[in-house]
Ligand binder design. Structure first.
Ligand code: NCD
Length: 319
């Protein structure tokens, strides 16, 4: 599971249904016992060489819900990479011990490389990309789309999605665009400071797939128009020379005074962590969906893992 471009609309609705089903089954003790029995013969390594709170915790807990035992490599500083081991040898070692690798790494193509290596071995095991540098974050896009599906009761056509913040380096943004491209009549409003506009490859994807979009540096004129406000923080860990310090993002922040102007059924999303782009007083507005979005990540990741191990049918048949 390497890129958000892997999914068709059918795949997505299948995963949304599976995630809904798993969260329902998990409401009872018998249900939890059933879920825990499904993959209790499997082990997973969580290799997170970049910081993570939600993605790490939700994957770890999703594994536990399905009975998978996990081990961690959470920092390159604790791995033999510091002793001069190559990344390939590190991957080879993890591969020896486990049935699945969930990985986050600054190197864009490492998950692909791992998948290629394992597919050419005598023990092909699944690789899940949990964030590849500034490039992709496909499971974030899955949980974002799942959240939209829950908010709009499955009706995802003709939505206007404002994507706000660091559109140049936000991996969640790229994956979201790939994934939402599956839905008819989606229109994007890209709002960012000039320095952080969507990069050429995303622009090419949008043109090729005839997805409508507008770009602007100002939020005011779009407040009434957007159905979804997808906020992101500035990804300054990818700065070369602290250049983000001079970028003025504050004029795109969500101000509480905008709330009365926004559509009544609009929703506000954020992959989190947030900084100042959404003030905490917005949290109590019923259109603030980011904390629900984070919870959806757990169930979506459980669904994805169950799907990877082809347990969909078994779960959907549970009475
Ligand atoms: C995002 C990420 O790591 O790309 N966070 C997450 O996984 N929930 C967004 C971010 O770090 O800004």
């Amino acid at each position: 599971m390497l890129s958000a471009q892997q999914f068709s609309q059918n795949d997505l609705f299948g995963l949304f249904e599976l995630a809904d089903r798993i969260r329902k089954i998990a409401r009872t003790e018998d249900g939890l016992d059933f879920l825990r029995s499904i993959l209790s013969h499997k082990r997973a390594v969580l290799y997170f060489a970049q910081p993570s709170t939600r993605t790490y915790l939700s994957f770890n807990n999703a594994c536990q819900i399905l009975g998978i035992q996990t081990s961690d490599m959470r920092s390159a500083g604790y791995s033999s990479e510091v002793k001069g081991e190559s990344l390939e040898d590190t991957l080879e070692t993890m591969h020896s011990y486990t049935d699945m690798i969930i990985m986050r790494h600054v190197e864009e193509n490492l998950a692909e490389k791992a998948a290629w290596m394992f597919n050419n071995s005598d023990k092909p095991i699944p690789v899940v990309n949990a964030g590849s540098g500034p490039h992709e974050h496909p499971t974030q896009a899955l949980l974002d789309a799942y959240t939209l599906c829950r908010a709009y009761k499955g009706r995802l056509k003709n939505k206007t999605i404002a994507v706000i913040g660091d559109l140049r380096r936000g991996r969640a943004v790229r994956s979201l665009i790939y994934l939402l491209g599956n839905f008819e009549g989606i229109k994007f409003l890209f709002l960012s400071p000039e320095e952080l506009k969507i990069p050429e490859d995303i622009r090419a994807f949008l043109y090729k797939n005839r997805i409508e979009f507008e770009e602007s540096e100002s939020l005011e004129k779009y407040v009434k128009r957007a159905d979804v406000f997808y906020y992101t923080r500035i990804q300054d860990e990818y700065d070369k020379q602290h250049e983000s310090k001079t970028i003025n993002y504050s004029r795109l922040y969500l101000k509480a005074e905008y709330l009365p102007q926004m559509k009544e059924n609009a929703i506000i999303l954020h992959p989190l962590p947030r900084r100042k782009e959404i003030p905490p007083e917005v949290d109590k507005d019923q259109r603030a969906w980011y904390w629900k979005q984070e919870v959806n990540g757990l169930w979506m990741r459980a669904a994805l893992i169950a799907h990877i191990f082809k347990e969909d049918g078994y779960i959907l048949n549970y009475k």
